[in-house]
Design a protein around this ligand. Structure first.
Ligand SMILES: Cc1cc2nc3c(=O)[nH]c(=O)nc-3n(C[C@H](O)[C@H](O)[C@H](O)COP(=O)(O)O)c2cc1C
Length: 182
């Protein structure tokens, strides 16, 4: 059975909680969950999975969360081959306080893993969000799932559910049809 790897980086614990919720909703027996700060040593860990859910909050001005910086830098140098890997991106962000760089980390993650050959899935509509600018919008949609616990925490659960509904048929295609439609 192809396991799914959930890797996340989180400074104040918001993306960590989101990752836990995704883990629960998708099925704990189907996914491993890896904290980039505590449990990550090298990119070979990512390559163990054909299906990846990568969580990264946005810091600085549209930058990736700290725990992802060095791994992304290393991968940029070493260029591991992610061909055949399917990746969906999510992460906490703040559309009001940081509306000029909303969820920029999703775009940086997307660019990097696309360059390494991965297929990025899990785009999400921009409707319901209000922000000045986001590099994470491509063809009118976010390249992943931004979650705003600062301003719209009441929407987080339903956004995760909506997003996972689009991912289940892709990520669990090889599993039992019951899971695919659950
Ligand atoms: C100093 C600072 C810089 C931030 N920069 C951004 C930003 O550029 N874009 C954005 O969307 N959110 C930004 N945020 C908001 C964080 O992404 C948000 O607080 C998020 O919930 C943190 O998630 P984490 O605990 O998983 O790291 C920033 C927050 C702080 C405190």
């Amino acid at each position: 059975m192809a396991k799914i790897g959930i890797f996340y980086g989180s400074t104040s614990g918001v993306t960590a909680e989101i990752a836990e919720t995704i883990h629960e909703k998708l099925g704990e027996e189907l996914c491993d969950i890896i904290d980039m700060e505590e449990d990550y040593d090298e990119f070979s860990q990512l390559l163990e999975y054909d299906y990846l859910l990568l969580g990264c909050s946005t810091w600085g001005a549209g930058e990736v969360q700290n725990a992802w910086r060095e791994p992304l830098f290393d991968m940029d140098i070493e260029k591991p081959d992610f061909t055949g890997k399917t990746i969906a991106l999510f992460g906490a962000a703040d559309q009001v306080g940081h509306g000029k760089h909303f969820a920029g980390a999703l775009q940086l993650m997307c660019d990097q893993f696309e360059k390494l050959g991965a297929t990025i899935v899990g785009e999400f509509p921009t409707e319901g969000y209000t922000f000045e600018h986001s590099t994470a919008v491509r063809d009118g949609k976010f390249v992943g799932l931004p979650l705003d616990e600062v301003n719209q925490s009441d929407l987080t659960e339903e956004r995760i559910t909506q997003w996972l509904e689009t991912l289940r048929p892709i990520f669990l295609a090889e599993e039992s049809p019951v899971l695919v439609t659950a």
